[in-house]
Design a protein around this ligand. Structure first.
Ligand SMILES: [Cu+2]
Length: 150
């Protein structure tokens, strides 16, 4: 997808989210300024699992309980999109998750992503973000796993 098309799509999604928020005041953010996470919400790895040896190119598969996936920019209760944190720590929970080589946004609502990593030890962690890429309250986050690329 071209950058322009992406920008147009984002603008359209943001406009849709604004309309939804206007039509449904209950969708407004919680007192913390962050979207509330429902009780029992959990994000986890289907693959790889902690301690696994993997090839340089592999697919990370994610699971989510008690919440749904939505594209970034779509404000809808109890939804979010996945972020894969590679060899990094989560930032402050009230700040948007950065977008860089260590923080992969699955902004179309995907539940899997192909990654290529150099040989050696790496850590992976999942963190759900809301329509604005901000973690929920409390954050919906997996534990950090270690994998070995061979
Ligand atoms: Cu994001």
């Amino acid at each position: 997808m071209s950058v322009l098309r992406s920008a147009r799509r984002l603008a359209a999604l943001s406009a849709a989210a604004a309309l939804l928020a206007a039509a449904h005041p209950a969708l407004a953010q919680s007192g913390s300024g962050r979207q509330p996470a429902p009780k029992g919400a959990e994000v986890y790895f289907h693959y790889p699992l902690d301690g696994l040896r993997v090839p340089e190119r592999f697919t990370v598969r994610m699971g989510l309980k008690e919440m749904g996936l939505a594209p970034a920019g779509t404000e809808w209760p109890n939804t979010g999109h996945h972020h894969l944190l590679i060899n990094t720590e989560p930032g402050p929970p009230d700040q948007p998750i950065p977008a860089d080589y260590n923080n992969i946004h699955l902004g179309n609502g995907q539940s899997e992503v192909v990654v290529t990593l150099p040989k050696g030890r790496h850590t992976l962690q999942l963190l759900l973000g809301d329509h604005n890429h901000v973690p929920h309250d409390p954050p919906v986050m997996s534990r950090k796993i270690t994998i070995y690329v061979r």
